[in-house]
Design a binder for this molecule. Structure first.
Ligand code: NG1
Ligand code: ZN
Length: 524
């Protein structure tokens, strides 16, 4: 039945569809991507032939890795219930592939009689074209319509997927935009122009992690007048695949708390870093004395909340503005955001959890992970109120609704949102930084014999197993002012992560040492 299956034999490895889809060494992924093609086409058929998205990327991982994930028709991550099916299909022995597929099909029962439709794209990795060929073989074996978007950022693929499943009439309230790259940039540029005008004189330097964000940021620059926003792109070498995410990009800046070595920071000037597939962003600047200041996802959340809440009040709208964070958010950001008069919700790690909570709890739902993954979601009620408003604040909110990517966190859209808000507030980088001071903090990892024994509750903030460990962590936390340490198993790496914050650097060091002592028995 599957004509191309023999060309995509499964290696001996075991695969798991995790937080970020399948992600591992690229040379192991051929069969996984082929089979993801089969599953994506099946998902489309189950959803009545709506177009499903597939993105081939490994985000901030090293150049030798790659990955693949499925995007649902409205541009959100694939329904969690299907993650186990994806894992099951990826791990079926070659001889059982068809039987496994038929068993899954019997379980999900597609009612649609057509063959389904799948739109897909990839980042700049050297392994991308061959994996896309494997994906196409899978789609061909299903007879599915294959829409090849070529090189795109992850958020662009989410955007296009959503557009392909939305009304095409611009007068329709559910119209989202044109399902093309041109449509994406035209929408962003128009919304940004409506907020800041044509001569705002804003400037930004983008570290594009030597990834797909580089050519896309340059395309954006062609759509916005330079007098409104002057864009400089550095770390833009996509011809040399070996430099992707290497000593640059959002993950490097966030984890090292330092600028990419290739940049010399001009004081009091704003910079930002994308990750390898441009769905994460962090900002930073050097002060007059040359000290480095990181403006991470927590700070983006604080800035967006302050400004959007102010606009909602000015527009006289009765809308629930709220924020979603994870346990990795700096405690002082949570306090500062709470002081703005909004609710703050904490969810487990992974944007799908934050996205869901923002969608379910708020009309204006600001969600960011500290590492710069996130966006702002507007409810249908909020968008309708913005459309109907004729006060200037209401019109501005309408434009932010167009500017901010509603499907997923997006480096490009988040960057424009931040720049527009800073411009409207008349804020320099230092004013934004002054919203609060981070508690001294650190995030460490430890290899353990078996990370699956670390089980958590309360949005991952407390361990319920191994028995007795949480009591030791609680005692350590209580010993230091503002001490907050928690331990959880990573969903993307074979390690446990230890996050800690405390009032002073000395307290932080002592707290971490204390917790690492308690963790010694579990070390690999
Ligand atoms: P894990 O490995 O589960 O901690 C990491 C990041 C997440 C998210 C995912 C997916 C931290 C502490 N964790 O998850 O925020 O970005 O990767 O990419 O940053
Ligand atoms: Zn990413």
């Amino acid at each position: 039945m599957f004509a191309h299956a023999h060309a995509h034999p499964k290696p001996a490895n075991t695969f798991a569809y995790g937080t970020a889809g399948f992600r591992t060494k690229a040379d192991l992924l051929d069969s996984v991507v082929y089979r993801t093609g089969l599953l994506a086409a099946l998902r489309s058929a189950v959803l009545g032939g709506q177009t499903v998205g597939v993105m081939v990327t490994a985000s901030h991982n090293p150049p030798a890795d790659n990955g693949v994930k499925i995007v649902d028709p409205l541009g959100n991550m694939m329904d969690q219930a299907w993650e186990a099916l994806a894992t099951q299909l990826a791990n079926a022995p070659d001889s059982e592939l068809e039987a496994t597929f038929e068993a899954i099909k019997a379980q999900v029962q597609p009612t649609y009689t057509g063959a389904g439709s799948v739109v897909f794209a990839r980042d700049t990795r050297a392994s991308g074209p061959a994996l896309i060929a494997a994906l196409k073989d899978g789609l061909a074996d299903m007879g599915a319509t294959a829409i090849d978007m070529g090189l795109q950022t992850t958020p662009q693929l989410h955007y296009v997927t959503r557009c392909l499943n939305s009304p095409t009439d611009a007068a329709d309230a559910a119209y989202f935009g044109q399902p093309t790259e041109e449509g994406y940039f035209a929408k962003l540029a128009a919304a940004f122009g409506a907020i800041v005008g044509d001569t705002a004189g804003i400037a930004i330097t983008i570290d594009a992690a030597n990834g797909v964000g580089a050519p896309k940021a340059k395309l954006l620059a062609e759509h916005i007048p330079a007098a409104a926003l002057a864009i400089t792109v550095v770390n833009d070498d996509t011809a040399n695949c070996d430099v992707l995410n290497s000593r640059c990009g959002a993950d490097y800046v966030k984890t090292t708390i330092s600028p990419p070595p290739a940049l010399t920071l001009v004081p009091n000037t704003l910079y930002c870093s994308f990750d390898g597939d441009a769905d994460r962003i962090v900002f930073y600047y050097a002060d007059a004395a040359g000290a480095f200041h990181l403006l991470d996802g927590d700070r983006i959340a604080a800035l967006a909340t302050k400004y959007l809440k102010q606009l909602v009040a000015e527009a006289g709208l009765d809308l629930a503005v709220g924020v979603v964070q994870t346990a990795y958010a700096n405690g002082n950001s949570t306090t500062a955001i709470g002081a703005l008069g909004v609710n703050v919700t904490c969810t487990p790690t992974g944007v799908k959890h934050l996205h869901k909570a923002a969608h379910e709890n708020y009309d204006v739902g600001v969600y960011f992970e500290a590492n710069g993954h996130g966006t702002v979601l507007f409810s249908d009620r909020a968008l309708a109120a913005f459309r109907a408003a004729d006060a200037p604040a209401g019109r501005l909110l309408h434009s932010f609704g167009e500017l901010i990517n509603q499907t997923v966190g997006d480096s490009v859209s988040d960057m424009l949102m931040v720049l527009a808000i800073l411009h409207k507030l008349g804020w320099a980088p230092g004013d934004w930084d002054a919203m609060y001071t981070d508690l001294p903090n650190t995030i460490r990892k430890m290899e353990v014999a078996d990370r699956t024994i670390f089980k958590t509750t309360n949005a991952e903030r407390q361990l319920v197993a191994p028995e007795g460990l949480q009591a030791k962590i609680d005692a350590a936390n209580a010993a230091y002012p503002a001490g907050r340490c928690f331990v959880r198993a990573s969903g993307t790496e074979d390690v446990i992560r230890v996050y800690a914050e405390a009032a002073t650097d000395a307290d932080l060091a002592a707290l971490v040492a204390n917790v690492f002592d308690a963790l010694q028995p579990y070390k690999a």
